[in-house]
Design a protein around this ligand. Structure first.
Ligand code: NDP
Length: 292
């Protein structure tokens, strides 16, 4: 292996420790524990698992979580009323509406309602709009892209002036990751399902962020020697040697890419642990903003 492994688990642990220390200091200063309200509409098993991990992280770091479960057939009005109540609740510093919402609900209208000072997921149009504008700062950066940039910075990868390729243009990962890289003065190309000759585009990348959800699609010979590769993808592959019958892989063929790249994140243990760590960091920031 020639690439330096970027250990997301260890870096996420450091972020969580620093958040826990700041929360303990707040308590010592007589300040309120940061509070995160989670909203789950319906009973998707994956969403319920994500929400449970977020609540657990809050407990571990000395924060408070308030869970709000709504039935899968909740009306738009019902969800919006809940968000309004959480906006007005002084115990709640951050509001996290677990996505995706059931198809009958208007997700954009719900996200738009979240008070910008409580938008710890960073998905409200105001936060994303600020991220997209030169010279403006969002109050919160979406957690997974924030984690990607944090990993690059911790690994000492130079972003300014680098040619960066972001593979995927979703609202939650690809697009905000591209905007963040631009804000750090990288030259960014965003690729998607209609991009022609992906390997040729990716071969130009000093930094690659892959977020498409296609198991091991990016091959080793697509990677520029020495590039930094951040693999966001979480995909399962059948694996009879595992008790579960499957193993998780990223969007990049790790075994091939690690022989060419300069830096690489593993899956699991790369970007995955960073998402919740950054959510905790954002929730602490929300409490600090609301102190003043
Ligand atoms: P989406 O499905 O919302 O978006 C996928 C993007 O990839 C789209 O822009 C799509 O293009 C593009 N794409 C799909 N197939 C191809 C292809 N063959 N070639 C080029 N581009 C392609 O996914 P998400 O952004 O939500 O998630 C991406 C991956 O990241 C998933 O594996 C997900 O599980 C993982 N993830 C991991 C997180 C973590 O915490 N580590 C958090 C969030 C997601 P187009 O726009 O043209 O359709």
């Amino acid at each position: 292996m020639t690439a330096q492994l970027i250990d997301g688990k260890a870096i996420a642990r450091q972020v969580r420790e620093s958040v826990a220390a700041a929360v303990a200091k707040r308590a010592a200063d007589g300040k309120q524990a940061p509070g995160l309200a989670t909203v789950l509409v319906g009973d998707r098993v994956d969403s319920a698992t994500y929400v449970a991990s977020k609540q657990k992280a809050c407990q571990e770091l000395g924060m408070v979580s308030f869970h709000n479960q709504l039935p899968g057939d909740a009306t738009q009005e019902h969800v919006e009323d809940l968000v309004r109540r959480l906006n007005a609740d002084p115990q709640v510093n951050g509001i996290l509406v677990q996505l995706p919402l059931p198809a009958h609900l208007n997700e954009e209208r719900v996200l738009q309602l979240i008070n910008i000072e409580k938008d710890v997921d960073g998905f409200s149009p105001i936060n994303i709009g600020r991220l997209a504008q030169k010279g403006r700062e969002p109050l919160f950066v979406p957690c997974t892209p924030f984690g990607c940039i944090y990993l690059l910075e911790q690994a000492g990868v130079k972003i300014e002036g680098a040619n960066a390729v972001v593979l995927g243009r979703s609202n939650i990962v690809g697009m905000p990751a591209a905007l963040l890289l631009i804000s750090r003065n990288a030259t960014v190309t965003v690729c998607h399902s209609r991009t022609r000759d992906l390997p040729a585009v990716i071969r130009q990348a000093d930094i690659l962020i892959a977020a498409i959800g296609k198991a091991e699609m990016v091959r080793g010979d697509w990677i520029k020697p020495g590039a930094a590769v951040i693999d966001v993808g979480i995909n399962s592959r059948p694996d009879a040697t595992k008790k579960s019958g499957y193993r998780l892989v990223g969007d990049v063929n790790f075994e091939e890419a690690k022989e060419v790249a300069g830096f690489i994140t593993p899956v699991p243990g790369g970007v995955g642990p960073m998402t919740i760590a950054m959510l905790m960091k954002n929730t602490l920031r929300a409490a600090e903003i609301q102190d003043s």
